[in-house]
Design a protein around this ligand. Sequence first.
Ligand code: T6T
Length: 327
Amino acid sequence: MPARSLRPTALAALALLAPALLLTACDSTGNGNGSGSSIAFVAGKTGDPFYITMKCGASAEAKKLGYSFSATGSADWSVPEQVTAVNSVTANRPGGVLISPVDPNSLAAPVKTLQSAGTKVAIVDTSLTDTSLGVTHISSDNTQGGTQAADTMAGLLGSSGEIVILTPDLTTTTTNARIDGFKQQLAAKYPGLKIDDIRQVGDTAQGAASAVGDELAAHPTLTGIFTANSQTGEGVGTGLKNAGRQGKIKVVSFDAGPQQVQALESGAVDALISQDPYGIGQQAVDQLANALTKKPVTDPIHTKLASITRDNLHDPALAHFLYKADC
Ligand code: T6T
């Protein structure tokens, strides 16, 4: 109805209602209406327990702070899929986005566009080469994680041994940092532990399983395997079983998805270096909320790691470090 046709009493009623309308247009966080009060998560790989757990932490925190929450990402560890996901999130103009870029360079342009549209961005887990992008950067200290994996491997093997490292690829920033930390620590502290090969197997359990067979054939005196993430860790037990070497080769795996915990329990794997994806998700939402409400933002944040073995697996203090299959 055009305003000029309103009677004076109706106009007076509208004037009384105006502050209330203004209040309902702002959410409890004072972010204003519409998409400014929403937070979106773009995962590196949507079905990966690490990112599922991060989503659970982010979604619970968003709910607690009064933001609406949505999650998307690539089903595989794929640049084109993730670029498409970021572009569709950008079109919705959310207030904040937490994203784990699957490539340090190819995701820079879409993240820049997202940020230029006014969205606050938290870079989580993996990183971009352009560190000016993002209001905060939250991850494990992955180099430290690699050091921890090397110490754990040395504890299992003693002063001499031959090790193969299985990694999904050589472009992912997190797994590369773990390998660097592992190599540096062996060189500094365990000169008798030698790395026979660092092998890219793709981000699948099948790739890791078949690589184990090849590596055992190429290095018959192999004594240890370090796997740099969940999927490589999920496949290693199958590879050792197929080769009849389960329990004979010591295995340290990064991450602690449900299948990896099962492998630890069954003896296929000896230790897990676990991250805190739930905490990464929670803290990213906290920092995005700070940015959106003009409060100080902490940057960077390094979340904790834990070394899990069959001995401490059921310690309640470590329950937080075991990943979820869903929220
Ligand atoms: O190890 C995590 C994550 O930190 C890494 O960036 C990619 O792989 C995982 O998601 C586990 O599969």
